[in-house]
Design a protein around this ligand. Structure first.
Ligand code: C2E
Ligand code: MG
Ligand code: MG
Length: 237
């Protein structure tokens, strides 16, 4: 779980669930390698359902510790999303874990959001009707149709790490991060930056009007125990 911070208040507003695969020898297989395999084999469906449930239970635990408003962001793969029974499973997970749907957020990547507009529009509306919020992950890397984006029932744009890294450089044509923030403001969406590693990046993002940030500057992805410790040290609990 990696914390997400409100840039103005400094408060921890959420955490993103990031799946880890530890092998018997203690080494980790990176998600960039096993997620595509899980997608190709179809295992992502049961794996994703497990991630959702474990994350909901972790949210229940964290909220009970004294963070009742905390949000949990869960990455959803395109294959999962396209299962005819995806919404049924989503509702079952909400019911079984008893979480407040308002505190759950699904992250779909920009490329997924832009594919098959009619299907996406309909499905996202149904997810939103459950009270769950939607973030567009890796924003800026895909080919968004602005007219489609404007129609989508979404809550948050997540600026891709590459554009946060770029903030220190003098790039011709201006910073993508700044354009995404402005776009978010016009569309009345919250904007979160991922991969924030340096204080000056956080400062620049805040100055540009970005609302939230996530990255090594605050914390790396943590186990449940590490997260509790980190929250305690920060005085958030
Ligand atoms: P993502 O959702 O865009 O996650 C952000 C990635 O950036 C994570 O990599 C995170 O560990 C990394 N990161 C966060 N802050 C920093 C930073 O300050 N510097 C640097 N260099 N990296 C940072 P991770 O955990 O390796 O995950 C990679 C991708 O795998 C994720 O990208 C997501 O697309 C996918 N993934 C992870 N967990 C799940 C899951 O449960 N389900 C699905 N479908 N995909 C997942
Ligand atoms: Mg993500
Ligand atoms: Mg991302």
């Amino acid at each position: 779980y990696q914390p997400q911070i409100n840039l103005i208040s400094g408060q921890v507003v959420g955490v993103e669930a990031l799946l880890r695969w530890r092998q018997e020898d203690g080494n980790f297989v990176p998600p960039d390698r096993f997620i595509p395999l899980a997608e190709a084999s179809g295992m992502i469906v049961s794996l994703g359902d497990w991630v959702l449930r474990v994350s909901c239970l972790e949210l229940v635990r964290l909220q009970a510790l004294g963070l009742p408003e905390l949000r949990m962001s869960v990455n959803v793969s395109q294959i999962q999303f396209r299962q005819p029974d995806y919404l049924t499973k989503l509702m079952a997970a909400l019911k079984d874990t008893g979480i407040n749907p308002k505190c759950l957020e699904l992250e779909i990547t920009e490329s997924v959001a832009m594919e098959d507009p009619d299907f996406m529009l309909e499905t996202l509306h149904k997810v939103r009707a459950l009270g769950i919020s939607i973030a567009i992950d890796d924003f800026g890397t895909g080919y968004s149709s602005l007219s489609h984006l404007r129609q989508l029932p979404i809550d948050r744009l997540k600026i891709d790490r590459a554009f946060v890294t770029e903030l220190g450089q003098d790039v011709s044509g201006g910073h993508i991060a700044s354009m995404v923030i402005e776009l978010g403001q016009n569309l009345k969406l919250t904007v979160i930056a991922e991969g924030v590693e340096e204080e000056f990046q956080a400062q620049t993002l805040m100055r540009l009007g970005c609302h939230e940030a996530q990255g090594y500057l605050y914390a790396k992805p943590l186990t449940s125990e590490q997260l509790t410790e980190w929250l305690e040290k920060r005085g958030a609990l």
